[in-house]
Structure formats: C-alpha cells, structure tokens
Design a protein around this ligand. Structure first.
Ligand SMILES: CC(C)(COP(=O)(O)OP(=O)(O)OC[C@H]1O[C@@H](n2cnc3c(N)ncnc32)[C@H](O)[C@@H]1OP(=O)(O)O)[C@@H](O)C(=O)NCCC(=O)NCCS
Length: 395
C-alpha cells in the first residue's frame, strides 16, 4: 500500500477555474456568469441564457434576434440525421438515439476536414457549431418521441420561439403559455452546473484537442447514467411504483431496508438542498393547477417529507422536473434527452473555455494490482532489455 491520498470520484478536488457558473452549496445559490439562475429562469428566454453562457453577457435585442434567426435556420431535422435515427431499432434508448444523432451531425459537418488538427476549429467556428447543435437537438428529441409513438415528423415553425417550437415539434399542437413558461424554465435550470460528470467528460475529451462534436457525444454518454442525467427518468419509475401518496410510507420502508437509492434525492455538491429545486417546484405547481392533478402534488410532497425526515437528504432538480415533464406530455424515456438539449449550452461553453486555456487532463492512479511477475521461460532480446532499462514514460 502507498501513503498517497486517493480522492475517489475526485470528490472535493478542484481541477481548474471556470467563469461560466458558480455553485455555492453554503448559500444554496447557482450563478450563471454572475446571474442567479432563478432570476434568469423568471425573466429570460432560453435562447438569451444560451447566449449568456457562450458570450459571458446577456444579449441586447439585436444580438438576441440574430441568435434566434440562426437557431431557426438550423431547426429542421436534416436527412442524414433522420436516416441514422430510422436505422436504429425501435427499442433503442432515446439517449442512444440522440448520442448517435449528435455524432452524425459532427461527421457531416466535419466531412471535408481531413486533418484532425483542423477539426479542433477556431473560436468562431466552435461558436457556430455550438449554436447549430443547440438548434438541431430539439427536432431529434421530438422526432424520437413521435417515432416511438408511431407518429409522423412535425416540421418546425418559424413563428415560434425555441421553447414553444420544441413543444410544437413534439406534440404537433401549440402549447398553452403556462406550459411553454414551465418548459422554458426547466431548460434554463438544466443548462449549466459547473464541473458535473458530463461537463467534465466534455472537457477531458476537449483537452486532447478532439473536436467539439466528439466532446458533446462523450458528454451525452456520461449523462445517460442514472447517477447523473438518468435520474429524472428514474423518479417517474418510482412514482409509478408507489402509485398514490397513501403508499409512500410502506414503500419507503421497503426501499430503504433494501438499501435502494431514492432517485431525485441527494447531490454531490449540495448537501442542504439543490438551489434549482424551488424554481422548478414552482413551475411544477403551475402545471399541477393547469392540468388539475393534485394527486401528483400529494405524492410529490409526501415522498419528499417522508424521505427528508428519515434520511435528511433533500431533492435535486430531477425530483420536480420528472413529474413536470410527465404532466407536459413527455414520455419518461424522453426526459434525459430533454436534459441533453438544455445542457448542450453549458457543455459547449465549457468546451470553448477549455480550448481557450487548454491543458491535457490526465490524472495519476495508484497501482494496487499484483507485484511485478514474469512469463515463465521468456527471455527478452537485447533491444527490449535496453528499452526496459530506460525511465518509464507516461502515455
Ligand atoms: C447524486 C448522488 C450520486 C451523490 O452521491 P455522493 O455525493 O457520492 O453521496 P453518496 O452516494 O456517497 O451518499 C452518501 C450517503 O447518503 C446516502 N444517499 C445519498 N443519496 C441517496 C439517495 N438518493 N437515496 C438513498 N440514500 C442516499 C448514501 O447511501 C450514503 O449513505 P451511507 O453513507 O450510509 O453509505 C447520490 O445522492 C445519488 O445516488 N442520488 C440518486 C441519484 C440522483 O438523483 N442523481 C441526480 C443527481 S443531480
């Protein structure tokens, strides 16, 4: 054994600076470029928050109009992406679908770049790629849900903003304002959260001088896991299992006795509650009223109070967003792809930040396998022996 201190899961390790967001667990606050996220969610369209994450400042009217024009120009599902999705088996998980689609977008966009060094791109090229991914992902999420339901593709509408158009492409009808507002808020709340696992994955890939699309594809892979993005989906499975508020106490006794993790609760950074929850919970309340579903609220509040009373562990953003997306009409399987559509803004902002001040991310490990041993009867030739005596190089 060594006396090296292992930081399992990199818990508590600060690996770099970022100017994109600040999570403060002590004050329960989350700032995007200095702005409290609840203020942004209450006042801004998601497009403006995307601009803020990329540029560091909120857009003026002209800048917002320009971003919206570019976003509208790249909304439609391009044929190569639709074909790639259609080739997947109907049972493919939507996260596999969106990961594949993002990869196809990258392959198409970078098709004429032969040299991997050129694929890294200039800051302007990467901003352009970020906007195009941001614009393209909603159609992929919407088409995925419609395909699984056996419904036809709904083309985008140029007269609708990002959130309203996303809902239009998914459901083929105009959403009520209260639903558009709740959806817009959820996108803003999911957009960015410092060095979480998927963002860090994107930065690791970027640090090797790989391209922005590869970093986003890797980040989608990290987000798929139920300890990260997959949790909002898991919350709905738990709600389905429990059924009604009356069953909560008995269900929880059993689940905790079986040492199950209760999805939607707990957080690596926030230990006294997730700063985004009150805003999303308020959006959920408006949806509960709009759809007249007090039963959902009863289950939500009972599970929360019972779990907090027993474990002192508080809900994270996935807890209110799961039932909110369910009420809006999204299939449970679509929840994590919605998270992708939102978080792509944060990922790409981090990718560009990493590129601007890059250092290859390559930590060390402490070896705890067998001591050195040798293949019986093997006699190395002189050249190998010579190389073995040189100091070890890291790869
Ligand atoms: C998010 C999460 C991975 C954070 O994990 P972490 O900081 O590594 O904390 P740990 O998993 O080590 O948990 C510490 C303790 O709290 C318990 N705990 C944490 N979250 C729990 C949960 N959701 N349900 C039940 N117990 C939980 C752990 O079992 C552990 O107990 P122990 O010390 O008796 O072993 C964890 O809370 C979790 O798995 N939550 C459920 C998944 C989820 O909602 N993810 C979305 C995150 S935004």
């Amino acid at each position: 054994m060594t006396d090296i201190e292992i930081k399992k899961g990199l818990a508590g390790v600060t690996v770099d600076y970022t100017a994109i967001s600040k999570v403060n667990p002590d004050t329960n606050s989350l700032l995007y470029r200095g702005y409290p996220v609840h203020e942004l969610a209450a006042t801004e369209p998601f497009e403006a928050v995307a601009y803020l994450l990329w540029h560091g400042e909120l857009p003026d009217a002209e800048q917002l109009a320009a971003l919206r024009a570019t976003e509208r120009a790249h909304r439609a599902l391009v044929p190569a992406v639709q074909q790639a999705i259609d080739l997947l088996p109907p049972g493919a998980h939507p996260m596999d679908e969106i990961r594949t689609a993002a990869s196809v977008i990258g392959a198409v966009d970078l098709a004429d770049i032969g040299n991997v060094m050129d694929a890294v791109g200039t800051p302007d090229e990467n901003l352009d790629r970020s906007i195009r991914l941001f614009a393209a992902l909603p159609a992929i999420v919407a088409y995925g849900q419609r395909r699984r339901r056996g419904e036809a593709l709904v083309p985008p509408r140029d007269d609708l903003d990002y959130a309203a158009n996303f809902l239009w492409m998914t459901f083929g009808r105009e959403a009520d304002e209260v639903v558009v507002d709740a959806f817009n808020r959820s996108m803003i709340l999911y957009a960015e959260h410092s060095f979480n696992a998927s963002t860090f994955t994107a930065r690791v890939v970027t640090s090797t001088l790989s391209d922005l699309y590869s970093a986003v594809v890797a980040a989608i892979g990290a987000l798929k896991g139920p300890l990260h993005g997959g949790a909002n989906e898991a919350v709905l499975h738990i709600f389905d299992e429990i059924g009604t508020a009356d069953n909560v106490a008995a269900w929880l006794d059993q689940a905790l006795a079986a040492k199950r993790k209760i999805m939607g609760f707990g957080h690596r950074v926030y230990k006294r509650g997730d700063s985004r929850v009150p805003t999303m919970k308020a959006a959920l309340d408006t949806l509960v009223e709009h759809y007249d579903r007090p039963d959902v609220l009863a289950l939500y509040t009972t599970l929360e109070s019972e779990f907090v009373a027993r474990k002192g562990i508080y809900p994270n953003l996935d807890y209110p967003s799961g039932p909110a997306y369910n009420l809006m009409g999204f299939d449970t399987l679509t929840f994590t792809p919605l998270f992708v559509a939102a978080r792509v803004t944060g990922w790409t902002a981090h990718i560009m930040e990493q590129q601007a001040s890059n250092a290859l991310i390559r930590p060390l490990s402490a070896y705890n396998g067998p001591d050195e041993r040798h293949i019986e009867g093997y006699v190395p030739d002189a050249a190998v022996q010579d190389a073995a005596s040189r100091p070890e190089e890291a790869h």
